[in-house]
Design a protein around this ligand. Structure first.
Ligand SMILES: Cc1cc2nc3c(=O)[nH]c(=O)nc-3n(C[C@H](O)[C@H](O)[C@H](O)COP(=O)(O)O)c2cc1C
Length: 272
């Protein structure tokens, strides 16, 4: 009953939002203006809140780009947004390499293409289907950035003693910030991870122990896909909230989540 209790608490504290299905609405990342009167003093304005949720909802992994350039100041803003991400022990493990050399970009593309073929072979039954998908836009986008984890990460113990991969989690937060900032400014980003890290490390002269984790394709787009491209192409679809949220035990609580989602007056407004 975690969700329902939270909802009641808000009601008690704020004396508002009663019976609006507010918590379910939050879960649906939908219209938050319902709770205007209940605003916490720390809350942003309605339109700012809407903007945050809109960027989250409408961010897409893009693979089709226009060739016109991205303003370097704008690119730097996205990187600054990335650099404000949370990081384990505040280690800020991310580094960004802007690819300006055309031949280098071509070699990155060729390597990703080789890896794409190896991926398709590894996929077995879905190999042909996979080969129909567009999985990168490296040559057509305005900017390519290689994002890497720093070397000597073993020196950072805080928050990583049992889970060293929290450095990757931190850098992923940074990339998400970049992605959302770019989406808000109308610029597309695609995360390409189909590569052998050793090859990218070598191509970009990255130090031993560092780890490339993303090739980011950045550029203006004709239009943002209305839904994840892999969904539009029938590769997979988004799981239901009730399949991913549990209560107390793994797999438990489906009914109460469904109950809340069912009460949401905005459910029908959401894209299928
Ligand atoms: C860590 C990570 C690696 C990814 N690598 C690739 C990739 O190599 N090629 C690709 O086409 N998409 C890649 N994607 C994008 C996902 O396919 C995409 O996020 C997913 O299909 C959902 O679509 P959306 O981002 O538009 O919501 C990657 C995404 C993440 C988070």
């Amino acid at each position: 009953m975690f969700f329902v209790e939270s909802s009641v608490m808000r009601d008690d504290q704020n004396n508002a939002c009663h019976g609006t299905g507010k918590v379910a609405d939050i879960a649906n990342i939908a219209d938050l203006s319902l709770c205007h009167d209940a605003a916490s003093s720390h809350q942003y304005s309605d339109s700012e809140i809407q903007g945050v949720y809109r960027a989250i909802r409408e961010r897409r992994d893009m693979r089709h780009f226009q060739t016109r350039p991205v303003d370097p100041q704008q690119l730097l803003r996205f990187i600054e947004a990335a650099h404000q991400a949370p990081s384990v022990g505040y280690m800020q493990p991310w580094r960004f390499i802007r690819i300006v050399n055309k031949e280098l970009r071509q070699r990155l593309y060729e390597h990703v293409n080789e890896e794409r073929i190896l991926t398709s072979e590894a996929l077995g039954k879905r190999s042909d289907e996979f080969m129909q998908l567009k999985v990168e836009g490296i040559l057509s986008c305005a900017e390519v950035l290689v994002v890497g984890l720093v070397d000597k990460r073993e020196n950072y113990i805080f928050g990583r003693r049992t889970m060293p991969e929290m450095d990757l989690a931190s850098a992923s937060c940074a990339i998400q910030n970049f992605w959302l900032a770019a989406r808000a400014e109308g610029v597309g980003v695609g995360w390409v991870s189909m590569f052998d890290p050793a090859q990218i490390r070598s191509l970009c002269n990255m130090p031993e122990g560092s780890q490339p984790i993303a090739l980011l394709c950045v550029g203006h787009v004709e239009a943002f896909y209305p839904a994840p491209m892999l969904e539009m192409e029938g590769w997979d679809k988004r799981r239901l909230l009730s399949d991913i949220v549990f209560e107390d035990s793994w797999g438990n609580g489906k009914e109460s989540v469904n109950d809340i989602v069912g009460k949401s007056r905005l459910k029908s407004e959401l894209p299928e």
